[in-house]
Design a protein around this ligand. Structure first.
Ligand code: NAD
Ligand code: UFG
Length: 339
């Protein structure tokens, strides 16, 4: 019998790829998603990759009665909690939506798990909890100083879950701080399709390559970096997905709290991403260097050593593969799952 893993937000970008990795590792993902930022057609695509569609329930992670029913009816061995809102800008204009969805949602989930005696939880945190820091690479011991409500919401959940684990040693909690997730499954069947104009670099670049947008605005060319553009730690979404499987295996071996960076440990500049995407797509990417974006840091990349030591996980895929896989998805699905 494959252990059932409840995957909240499992229809979304990282969640859908994690369903593939879970199935490959012998787990049975059970998705709970309200589809506020995803498309139910992802399950047809997952069926083509996995062989059968993961089971899914349409609903909200803040719905305690629904969670109680799920835990009562299904033999859930553990939970991976992706469900949440993730736009930094939106969190500044509508902070209550972020505290409600991300913080309240996580508390409702943890309470339902406690009531059902399910103690294995993997939480999607973000490198955004570190805020601006000059010390690179960023280790997990770095001070947390998020600069926006989205980041605060992640920090609050981390704190609540750490306190919960301290209160009851049966808990097996992993807080995963993702750096910049990009790429797509190598089949090109699933990937990221933001609604409207993308905020993030990789989806913007791929929309320029496919002809949906004219040119990339590079946010700043005067940073103290080798080519003046911002440097980030891009990590392939399938590496991240496999990191979640490694975290589950670790939790099976050991109770406690683990807080781990998931990144490659390598920084790539905006212009290096543009060049890599040009190589992958064979298209030229028009860009214009403009002013810095408020709130951006010059550089950030992970120290991934603790994840490697704890989970035996390290990112395998480089920037060329990230771009090649993003391009395959973008080209085959220029309008996402509507294509
Ligand atoms: P996503 O928006 O593609 O996926 C989130 C999923 O959760 C969506 O399918 C959405 O419909 C669902 N959802 C949202 N609120 C819900 C609710 N209340 N109940 C049920 N379902 C709900 O985002 P993603 O990129 O896959 O991110 C997944 C998680 O990882 C998020 O918690 C995000 O904050 C975190 N994260 C993402 C990034 C990134 O750059 N993508 C970086 C760091 C951390
Ligand atoms: N960039 C551009 N043009 C664009 C978009 C981005 O030049 O159109 C640049 C940014 O200035 C930055 C780099 O590309 O230098 C990466 O930007 P992203 O928006 O893709 O990623 P960020 O590192 O700014 O943000 C990501 C997540 C946030 C999270 C943050 C910290 O999107 O949710 O990492 O972990 F908070």
């Amino acid at each position: 019998m494959s252990p059932t893993i409840l995957v909240t937000g499992g229809a979304g970008f990282i969640g859908s790829h994690t369903c593939v990795a879970l199935a490959a590792a012998g787990y049975a993902p059970l998705v709970l998603d309200n589809f506020c930022n995803s498309d139910v057609r992802v399950f047809e695509r997952l069926a083509r990759i996995i062989g059968s569609a993961p089971r899914f329930v349409e609903g909200d992670v803040r719905d305690r009665a629904l969670l109680d029913r799920l835990f009562a009816e299904q033999p859930i061995a553990g939970v991976i909690h992706f469900a949440g809102l993730k736009s930094v800008g939106e969190s500044v204009s509508d902070p209550l939506a972020y505290y409600d969805n991300n913080v309240h949602g996580s508390l409702v989930l943890a309470a339902a798990m406690e009531a059902a005696s399910v103690h294995t939880l993997i939480f999607s945190s973000s490198a955004t909890v570190y805020g601006a820091t000059d010390r690179l690479p960023i280790g997990e011991g770095e001070a947390l100083q998020p600069t926006n409500p989205y980041g605060h919401s992640k920090q609050m959940v981390e704190q609540a879950l750490a306190d919960l684990q301290r209160s009851d040693p049966r808990w097996r909690i992993t807080l995963l701080r993702y750096f910049n997730p990009v790429g797509a499954h190598e089949s090109g069947l699933i990937g990221e399709h933001p609604h409207g104009k993308p905020n993030n670099l990789m989806p913007y670049v791929s929309q320029v390559a496919v002809g949906l947008r004219d040119k990339l605005a590079v946010h700043g060319g005067d940073y103290p970096t080798p080519d003046g553009t911002g440097v980030r730690d891009y990590v392939h979404v399938m590496d991240l997905a496999e990191g979640h499987v490694a975290a589950l295996r670790h939790a099976e071996r050991q109770a406690g709290l683990a807080t781990l960076n998931l990144g490659t440990g390598r920084g790539t500049s905006v212009l290096e991403v543009v060049k890599a995407f040009e190589r992958a797509s064979g298209r030229s990417i028009a860009y214009e260097i403009g002013p810095r974006r408020t709130g951006d840091v010059p550089s950030n990349w992970a120290d991934p050593a603790l994840a490697q030591a704890t989970l035996g996980w390290r990112a395998q895929r480089g920037i060329d593969q990230m771009c090649a896989d993003s391009w395959r998805w973008q080209q085959a699905n220029p309008r996402g799952y509507e294509s």
